[in-house]
Write a protein that binds this ligand. Structure first.
Ligand SMILES: [Zn+2]
Ligand SMILES: [Zn+2]
Length: 396
């Protein structure tokens, strides 16, 4: 099997690396991607795309009509653009020029990949029917960029039939891809528990209800949910990441506030986790004479890949990296807001290996030393182009 776009994507490599490095030097936080989206809009216009800016604040949409008759499909290819509030510790010529901000998740590479896709798809527009819709999304890192673009109608006019997206992965060596059907990233919900006890003197516990002690019992009891309530074949995470209570060693705290994160791949497990957290927190508190107020805020859904588009992406990925280098089982309890797009239209979100132990590109995402092996950029371009063309022709 030959990869139809790989040679051309490799030929663009230096240019795309230059784009990625320029963006890396000028990182912008979610909804502040003014420079990045200006560059994207300019390049898309120059290529001949119909460009819509201001979709979801700093989001950009590019539209391209295929030159062939046939399928009227609309295929969306989405990349995200935002950086993180992390101070870069890499000593590279392209290090972040903005103190405290860094592309530590690889979204700079995603923009470069998106622009590479834009070029090759324009060049080959006579080889596919339908409409290609490029979605350059702001604010993926927990601040609602996908939802903002959805609210502004990114899936409408023309209505999207299939949505495709990519993430570089420092968990996988360059030359690998992860393409799997079903959930690939988890749903992420926010947890807050406020324990109301009764403050008092540290020396007279019998006159008080110790919120610190109650909170401690709740933390321990919450860990029985995954161990004892979730089917061992399913995945769930309940993390209490913060407890705030008390100000002095000689005072029994009246209240304790706990914050945490809840992860799941299926709605069934999600509902189970929410229910048991509520039952355990209120039940343990009541048993100890206190009261617990539980607030669970549903966040991003699980990122769930549909079967048809996943088959298409698998074929495209296998053509580029080889069938033996396509991982079909990996998934992670991280969250991804492309989930909100996939909740509305079928599609596939895949990962492309970007790790190189040899070159020292093996720090985790969101680490101040995160970096990628840029050889992954042409891989991403070639796979997305091939998958988009196949989808536009009606495959999957
Ligand atoms: Zn990230
Ligand atoms: Zn990311």
């Amino acid at each position: 099997m030959t990869a139809p776009f790989l040679a051309e994507a490799e030929a663009l490599r230096d240019e795309l690396v230059a784009i990625r490095r320029d963006l890396h030097m000028h990182p912008e936080l979610g909804f502040q991607e003014f420079r990045t989206s200006r560059i994207v809009a300019e390049q898309l216009s120059q290529l001949g795309y119909e460009v819509i800016t201001g979709v979801g604040k700093t989001g950009v949409v590019g539209l391209l009509q295929g030159g062939q008759a046939g399928s009227e499909r609309v295929v969306l290819v989405r990349v995200d653009m935002d950086a993180l509030p992390i101070h870069e510790e890499n000593d590279v010529p392209y290090r972040s020029q903005t103190p405290g901000l860094m592309h530590a998740c690889g979204h700079d590479a995603h923009v470069a990949i998106g622009l590479g896709v834009a070029r090759l798809m324009m060049k080959h527009r006579d080889q596919f029917p339908g409409t290609l819709k490029l979605m350059f999304q702001p604010a993926e890192e927990g601040v609602g960029g996908a939802v903002a673009m959805l609210k502004d109608g990114v899936l409408k006019g023309p209505d999207v039939d299939v949505a495709l997206s990519i993430h570089v992965s420092s968990n996988h060596p360059v030359g690998m891809a992860v393409v799997r059907s079903g959930p690939i990233m988890a749903a992420a919900d926010k947890l807050e528990i406020v324990v109301h006890g009764k403050g008092g003197h540290a020396a007279q516990p019998e006159q008080a209800i110790d919120a610190v002690l109650v909170a401690s019992h709740i933390v321990v009891a919450l860990q029985t949910i995954v161990a004892r309530n979730v089917n061992p074949d399913d995945v769930g995470v309940v993390t209490v990441g913060s407890i705030a209570a008390g100000n002095a060693g000689n005072v029994i705290a009246e209240t304790a506030t706990m914050r945490g994160s809840i992860r799941s791949f299926t709605e069934e497990v999600r509902v189970l986790l929410h229910r048991r957290i509520e039952e355990i927190a209120t039940g343990v508190a009541a048993a100890l004479g206190a009261r617990a107020e539980v607030t669970i805020e549903r966040g991003t859904d699980a990122t769930v890949n549909a079967e048809g588009p996943t088959r298409v992406m698998h074929a495209a990925a296998a053509a580029v990296v080889g069938e033996e280098n396509v991982n079909t089982t990996y998934r992670t309890t991280g969250a991804e807001d492309f989930a909100m797009v996939l909740a509305q239209v079928p599609g596939n979100y895949f990962m492309i290996g970007a790790r190189s132990d040899e070159k020292g590109f093996n720090f985790p995402h969101h680490n101040p030393r995160f970096d990628i092996d840029e050889a992954c950029i042409p891989h991403g371009v070639a796979i997305l182009c091939d998958a988009a063309v196949r989808s536009l022709k009606g495959e999957g």
